[in-house]
Every structure is written in structure tokens, then in C-alpha cells.
Design a protein around this ligand. Structure first.
Ligand SMILES: Nc1ncnc2c1ncn2[C@@H]1O[C@H](COP(=O)(O)OP(=O)(O)OP(=O)(O)O)[C@@H](O)[C@H]1O
Ligand SMILES: [Mg+2]
Length: 240
């Protein structure tokens, strides 16, 4: 078993309750999860199990109702909004099933977005050349050298997801969280995205947390967690 020191991301007792009008719905019932440095961890489970909800909490996009998320040793949800955003920018990249690209921005601009958000206007402006070169380099490395100026609507699904992957990696985060990154793509297109994802995971030694419905994909991960109805049914400690 890996030592606690190698944990890069962990959840303890995460509860998430959604309130709509009078009704309250508890979706996550106290989830524990550990991501170890450099590993590929898959999270599988039926639709509605709470996988995306958990990723959003782990990715610091959605506050848990109870429980904690520790990112690189910091209790992330106890921080203020700005500090948490800064922590997220330095450590986490996130890839969504439906890309979440900005329609008004071209591919290069979408890729640079994390720097635009993380840096002051002045710093971003002064480093713009460097950022442009880096964004272009990433896109070229992902086979999109001829699509740099394309807006999302001018790109295929697979191309959009490659742009989204480049964006997630732009600030060189050590952790990548991907929520069904190929769930919206046909098999062949999905393969292209996956090969890039795993290539980058290896090359950068990323800690990867991947939600997928695809057993073949999960088989390429070192560990597979199963989630059902808001609970992880095979805790890692039991699974080993
Ligand atoms: N913002 C929200 N408000 C209310 N309920 C929500 C919200 N987001 C998710 N839910 C509910 O939480 C449950 C889990 O949703 P979630 O998207 O996490 O499932 P999932 O495991 O990712 O499913 P899928 O495999 O279909 O993506 C669902 O029943 C959903 O309706
Ligand atoms: Mg989901």
C-alpha cells in the first residue's frame, strides 16, 4: 500500500445534498477516496450514481455539504474562494464530457484560458507571447495545428475534446480529473482522445482520476473504484 505521503487528492466523508424547493436529496452519502501520485484511478458506476457530483466536489467546483477534500496537503474547502481557486489552478486540470469550451474564443484562446483566469491582466499581457507559443505547441502536439483559429462550433467533437484536454494541461497541473472524456464521441474518435490522454498521463506522470462507462478504458487504469447510489462499493483498502 502506498504511504500517506504520496496522496495527492483525498476525500473524507463527502456528503452532497441538493435542495430544490422544499425537497432535499442526498446524492453522496459519505464518500472516501484517495488518489495516489502518478496513478491512474478509474471510477465506474451506473448513471445517476453520483460520479460527476463527486468529481465536481473533488475538482473544487462544487462545495460538499459535509466532509473534506485534501489537495496536496491542504484542506481545500476550508479556504476562501480566491485561495481555493489558486490552489485549483496550480494543481488540477479538469476535462468534461461536453467539453465546456467558450464559444466566442478560438482554439488557442480556449487553451490559454486557465492563464487568463489565474493571472492578473498585466501579467497575462506581459507573458502573452509565451502563452501563445505554449498553446500552439500543445494543440500541434494534439494534431490540431491546422485548427488554431477555429472556434468550437467549427470543430468536431473529437477536436473539441482535444482542445479541452490541452486547456486542462495548460498550467501543467500534476492532477487530471476527467469525467467521461469520450462519453460523447464515437468509438474511433474516442480512441484518439484516449491515446492522447494516456500519453500525457505517462509523459507528465499525472495523477489521473477518470470516470468512464468503458471497461476497456478502466482496464488501462491501475485501480477501479465502483460507485453505486452515492457510495463507493469497493473501497481501495478492501480492493487490494
Ligand atoms: N445540481 C443538481 N441539483 C439537483 N440534483 C442534482 C444536481 N446534480 C446532480 N443531481 C442529481 O444527482 C444524482 C447524481 O448525478 P450525477 O450527475 O452525479 O450522476 P453520474 O453518476 O455522473 O451519472 P452519469 O453516468 O449519467 O453521468 C442524479 O440523480 C441527479 O439528478
Ligand atoms: Mg456524470
Amino acid at each position: 500500500m502506498s504511504s500517506a505521503a504520496a496522496l495527492v487528492l483525498s476525500a473524507r466523508g463527502v456528503v452532497k445534498t441538493f435542495v430544490s424547493g422544499e425537497s432535499k436529496l442526498e446524492i453522496l452519502h459519505g464518500v472516501d477516496l484517495d488518489l495516489v501520485a502518478g496513478e491512474r484511478l478509474a471510477l465506474m458506476g451506473p448513471s445517476g450514481a453520483g460520479k460527476s457530483t463527486l468529481l465536481h466536489v473533488l475538482g473544487l467546483l462544487e462545495r460538499p455539504t459535509a466532509g473534506s477534500v485534501t489537495l496536496e496537503g491542504t484542506d481545500a474547502w476550508s479556504l476562501g474562494t480566491e485561495q481555493r481557486a489558486s490552489l485549483r489552478n496550480r494543481h488540477l486540470g479538469f476535462v468534461f464530457q461536453f467539453y465546456h469550451l467558450i464559444a466566442e474564443l478560438d482554439a488557442v484562446e480556449n487553451v490559454m484560458l486557465p492563464a487568463m483566469i489565474a493571472q492578473s491582466r498585466g501579467e497575462f499581457a506581459s507573458r502573452k507571447r509565451e502563452h501563445l507559443a505554449k498553446a500552439r505547441g500543445l494543440l500541434e502536439g494534439f494534431g490540431l495545428g491546422a485548427r488554431l483559429k477555429h472556434r468550437p462550433t467549427q470543430l468536431s467533437g473529437g477536436e473539441r475534446q482535444r482542445v479541452a484536454l490541452a486547456r486542462a494541461l495548460f498550467l501543467d497541473p500534476p492532477i487530471l480529473i476527467a469525467d467521461e472524456p469520450t462519453g460523447n464521441l464515437d468509438r474511433d474518435t474516442g480512441e484518439v482522445v484516449l491515446e492522447l490522454l494516456f500519453r500525457e498521463q505517462q509523459r507528465r506522470q499525472l495523477s489521473l482520476l477518470l470516470v468512464t462507462h468503458d471497461e476497456r478504458l478502466a482496464a488501462r487504469c491501475e485501480h477501479v473504484l465502483r460507485m453505486d447510489a452515492g457510495r463507493i462499493s469497493n473501497g481501495r483498502r478492501d480492493a487490494r
